[in-house]
Structures are given as C-alpha cells and as structure tokens.
Design a protein around this ligand. Structure first.
Ligand SMILES: [Zn+2]
Length: 307
C-alpha cells in the first residue's frame, strides 16, 4: 500500500515498499533524486504505480509472473533495463515499440500470442502484414523495406526471448517465423578517387568534414562530437572519446568498458584542423549537454559555417 509524506519545505513525496519490504520513494528519472509533488494525491498515485511496477519486475525476475500478462505491461517492466543506456539505438527501439508493437500487441496476453494460424494473434500473419505495409502504424504507400521489417521484428523477438528466459513463457512464439528476404546489395563505400570527385561539389566546410573522416577513419557521430581539447596538434594525435547523439543533441562519452582510441593525425588532417579552428574561441564550451554531467570547456571542431 503506497502512501504520501509531507516534506519539510512543503509538498509531498510518494512512498511504497518494494518486494523485499524495503521502503522506497518515487524518484525523478532524470536526476535520480526523490521527486517532490505539489498534491498529496499525485504523490500517492505515483507511488502506487511504482509499487505495481516494482512487484511486476520482481515477479518476472523470480519467474512468478503469470503468462497472461499483456505484452504492453510486460514490455514496460523489462524496458527499464534495456533503455538504461542513452543512445540513438534506444530512441529507434522506443519509436518501433510505440508505432508498431504496442498498437498491435499492447493488450494481448503473452500466452495468447502464437507462431501462426490466427489473423489476430499469429506472429507469422503479423510479419506478413508488416511486409506489405498493412499495419496501423505504417503510413507510406510503398511497403517497408525487408531490412526494416527485420528491425521491427527484432525488437518483438527480443521481448519474447526475455519472456522465455525469465520463465514467463515456456517457449517463444517466434521460433520458426519466416521473414522477408533482405536484398543482398553490396554496402556502398567511397574510395579515395570518388571522394575527391564528390568533394568538388561540396561546400568547403562539408568537404573538410568528409576529408577529415577519410583521413582519420572517424565515424560520423565521432566526427560531430570531436572537441578541440582532445586534439594534440603538437604531438600529432587526437583521442576519440565522445560522440554526438544526433537525435537528442547531446554529447555522450564512451562508456567505461569501451576503449578510448588514440588516432594519429595526417598532415592533411592537421591542415583541416587548423582551418577549422583558426581564430575561434575554444574555451567557451560547445553549448550541448554532456550526458556524464561534466561542464564543457572546449569547442566542437566541426561546425557548419554560417554564410
Ligand atoms: Zn562539449
């Protein structure tokens, strides 16, 4: 049973006991601190919601969640773990869930989802519909590319694998589902000669950015997130340790378990750096939020030139 406590400075916090009987308070997901509510009822309602989520998480972890849990509720209780790391991939996963999975599967109990044989609850039938663009969330007149069908399906399949691994289901209904073939086109790449030809048509600032990644092998997110303070022009090295997460417009440091790379600078790369950094103030901060909470005291190397 959840409750609300008045706070000394006014307002309320919402409290509940977790499955181990320990007191918990509703937290603000952004800051991790106890959340303050203006109204007592709001605090208690939020605590009730957290209490339900906590007991569901515990039930799943202990293999006690009944198989009749609706897919949407199941997803919400496992996605806290999956979404913990901020990245473009999570943003994509979230939009796949809200556009294609929740409208179709949100209210369907897990144990009613079957591999094939039902227009309503068959995974194979759903994949076939998806392949032809016959689903609610799909708004274009041409059907989705096979690779996108794979991508949507992969999120659903992952949820079913968790359901099986945690004992909520005894088998996954995704076993034996056939997906549309992906076209085997070679991945496009750019060789040096073509890059040069292409560069002739680019604006000079874009051209510098493309040339620089050609010289150093940086990925687009690394290129856009490159800060001037990690470039050691005198020694001819830079260290790659941050990326721009474009969709959220934030700078994310590499997680601790991934290696920061040191990359040598070629003469051409140094020439480009000098051109980009000349005459600029490099200690004002880049103006974007750094997700590790540090205050930025550098500048992004590559910025579009305002003409
Ligand atoms: Zn910055």
């Amino acid at each position: 049973m959840a409750w609300a406590d008045p706070l000394p400075g006014g307002g309320y916090r919402g409290g509940y006991r977790d499955s181990a009987g320990k007191k918990q308070y509703v937290k603000d997901p952004a800051t991790g601190r106890t959340r303050k509510f203006g109204r007592k009822k709001d605090a208690r309602d939020a605590a009730t919601e957290e209490e339900v989520k906590a007991s569901r998480r515990a039930a799943i972890a202990n293999g006690l969640e009944p198989a009749r849990i609706p897919w949407g509720a199941f997803w919400d209780s496992i996605s806290d773990d999956r979404g913990a790391r901020l990245s473009d991939t999570n943003v994509v996963e979230h939009s796949i869930v809200e556009n294609y999975l929740r409208p179709k599967w949100g209210k369907v109990p897990l144990n009613q989802i079957i591999t094939r044989g039902s227009a309503e609850h068959g995974v194979q039938e759903w994949v076939n519909d998806l392949e032809h663009g016959r689903v609610d969330g799909w708004k274009l007149s041409r059907p989705p590319a096979p690779s996108y069908v794979h991508r949507i399906y992969a999120v659903f399949q992952a949820s079913m694998t968790v359901a099986k691994d945690t004992g909520v289901l005894t088998t996954s209904p995704c076993v034996g589902v056939k997906l549309p073939r992906k076209s085997k086109r070679a991945k496009p790449y750019l060789d040096a000669e073509n890059a040069e030809k292409m560069g002739e048509h680019l604006r000079s600032d874009y051209r510098d950015a493309v040339d620089f990644s050609g010289e150093t092998g940086l990925r687009p997110g690394e290129l856009c997130g490159l800060h001037a303070n990690y470039v050691d022009r005198e020694r001819g090295w830079m260290s790659v340790r941050e990326v721009l997460v474009a969709r959220r417009r934030v700078i994310r440091s590499f997680p601790k378990d991934e290696d920061v790379r040191a990359v040598p600078l070629t003469p051409k790369a140094i020439e480009i750096l000098d051109r980009q950094l000349k005459g600029r103030n490099l200690t004002h901060g880049c103006g974007l939020e750094h997700t590790d909470g540090t205050e930025c005291a550098s500048a992004l190397v590559f910025l579009p030139k305002s003409s």
